[in-house]
Design a protein around this ligand. Structure first.
Ligand code: ZN
Length: 135
């Protein structure tokens, strides 16, 4: 039986992120006052408490900072994927993203693995995910 994919709900804070993802661009917030890059989006800079920000395109390259393998199937849409890796990727520019790592195995997924963004079509949303890359 086929199950509809899980598609994230796009909140107003995330609209610029998913608009960029639809063009296969990865963006993060940049504080207008101190220049700190941050993700996920929020209204106030955690460094300087400035409340003005812009969006900046990043390289889409990073490395695996941490990960685990999800075995629990909380929704039927994930049944065919499980077990699947959930990871924190640190981008070359600094911010971290919680994501899935595609195209990897239990043997190949390690902390420090170089990865690059890919945009997976889920419903009508382009969801940034990561896959291994050559360093
Ligand atoms: Zn700031």
């Amino acid at each position: 039986m086929s199950v509809d994919p899980i598609v994230p709900v796009v909140t107003p804070d995330f609209e610029p992120f998913f608009e960029a993802a639809a063009r296969e661009r990865l963006v993060v917030q940049k504080c207008s006052a101190c220049g700190r890059l941050r993700f996920p989006p929020r209204g106030v800079c955690p460094d300087c408490l400035g409340n003005e920000s812009d969006w900046m395109e990043v390289s889409g390259r990073g490395e695996v900072y941490s990960f685990f393998w999800m075995h629990q199937v909380y929704h039927p849409a994930f049944a065919e994927r499980a077990p699947y890796p959930v990871a924190v990727v640190q981008l070359e520019e600094g911010p971290m993203m919680t994501t899935n790592i595609l195209d990897c195995t239990r043997e190949s997924l390690v902390v420090g693995l170089p990865v690059e963004v890919v945009f997976e079509l889920r419903g009508e949303l382009h969801l940034p995910q990561f896959r291994p890359r050559n360093p």
